[in-house]
Design a protein around this ligand. Structure first.
Ligand code: F6R
Length: 363
């Protein structure tokens, strides 16, 4: 493969679902999502909220981690992202449960929705329709509508922005206007600087993608970039159809670091990507430096990227946009159509052969 592949217009014909056009439209999508969520009648009083659960899978779940990661030490209530068929015992009448499913058909989220309703939780749905949309609309629960026809992971901003607006309106975080403005600015800069028309020698996303085509990417983040590492990994899996892994500092310094300390012949097949934020805890900054010193001789290479932005949310989105572009360029460079996710569809179809209601209560 020559480096020119990402600079040739015809290379992008393989993108049948036009993911590059969708990401190129990010600022408009961001504005529409923000205005739409601000206009929805929330129904629930702010004082009723004691804790928060965000239920969602895949592209509809990562938004929860990105939001909670960016606000983690500023959250006014305990909050968790749930990816399971069962809700934990603490979810009840004082829980703001945000049901996030782009399609509205994801069985884990639908099961969580019916349990949350049984427990009289304060539910809000974010969906383009499906069973989730009709279930809640019939119950008079707030539903934030998403535009139809997208891949869920490509609708990340349309799901994330309303989530942040809802968290602000329900008093879980302080009004997020400055963070949203900052995010909009970094997103606009990413779309301008990372688009396919920007040639490889000036395009960081293309350069990173070309370094990952025949290795196993391992993405390391910390604090607000932990969820971003998870997003990079999932985007590489789904868009480029490649194995990829993610991990988080400081935890990885207590285990995963050992994978690169010995004589394993697998180390050189690994390309590490560090997602750094210059505002992180000074020991985290040192950990990135010191960990790199120790592992660099035993891996294929280390790429470091530093987030730009004035707020934690803006910085997280700066690196998220970069990862999204990297994963899509990686697909193009490998001759893969970045849109379809056939394996996910096949598995969902098999699962749908039986009902997904509760078959038994947990022991
Ligand atoms: C596909 C994708 C998946 C879905 C997941 C849940 O583009 O990103 O990870 O997000 O299968 O489906 P939804 O989002 O419809 O609830």
């Amino acid at each position: 493969m020559t480096h020119g592949v990402l600079d040739r217009e015809d290379s992008y014909l393989i993108d049948t679902l036009r993911l590059f056009a969708v990401i190129g439209n990010s600022v408009e999508m961001f504005d529409r999502a923000r205005a739409g969520a601000e206009a929805v009648d929330m129904a629930w009083p702010v004082e009723a909220v004691r804790n928060v659960a965000i239920a969602g899978m895949g592209g509809s779940g990562i938004v929860g981690d990105l939001a909670l990661g960016a606000w983690r030490e500023r959250l006014r209530h305990p909050a968790a992202v749930l990816r399971d068929y069962y809700l934990p015992g603490w979810v009840g009448e004082g829980t703001l449960v945000i049901l996030s499913s782009y399609s509205g058909e994801t069985e884990e989220t639908l099961t969580a929705a019916s349990q949350a309703t049984e427990r009289n939780a304060l539910c809000v749905a974010i969906t383009s329709g499906g069973k989730l949309g009709s279930f809640y609309r019939d119950l008079g629960v707030p539903v934030i509508d998403l535009p139809p026809g997208l891949q869920p992971r490509a609708a990340m901003l349309q799901i994330l922005v309303p989530l942040v607006v809802v968290l602000g309106r329900m008093g879980v975080i302080s009004p997020p206007d400055a963070e949203l403005d900052d995010a909009r600015r970094v997103i606009a800069a990413s779309v301008e600087g990372l688009a396919p028309v920007v040639p490889t020698d000036q395009n960081l996303a293309k350069q990173i993608a070309l370094g990952l085509t025949d290795v196993v990417p391992v993405i390391w983040g910390a604090e607000a970039t932990a969820a971003v590492a998870q997003r990079w990994k999932a985007q590489i899996n789904e868009n480029a159809e490649m194995p990829a892994f993610w991990s988080v500092l400081p935890e990885l310094d207590h285990n995963e670091i050992c994978a690169f300390g010995g004589t394993s012949e697998l180390g050189p097949m690994t390309q590490l990507v560090f997602l750094r934020d210059p505002h992180q805890h000074r020991q985290v900054i040192r950990r990135f430096d010191l960990t790199r010193e120790l592992v660099a001789p035993r891996v294929g290479g280390v790429i470091e990227v530093a987030a730009d932005g004035d707020t934690p949310f803006g910085r997280a989105l700066d690196l998220t946009m970069l990862g999204d572009y990297v994963s899509m360029y990686l697909a193009i460079a490998r001759g893969v159509d970045p849109g379809p996710v056939e394996m996910i569809g096949r598995l969902k179809a098999r699962l749908a052969e039986t009902g997904h209601g509760r078959s038994q209560d947990p022991a």
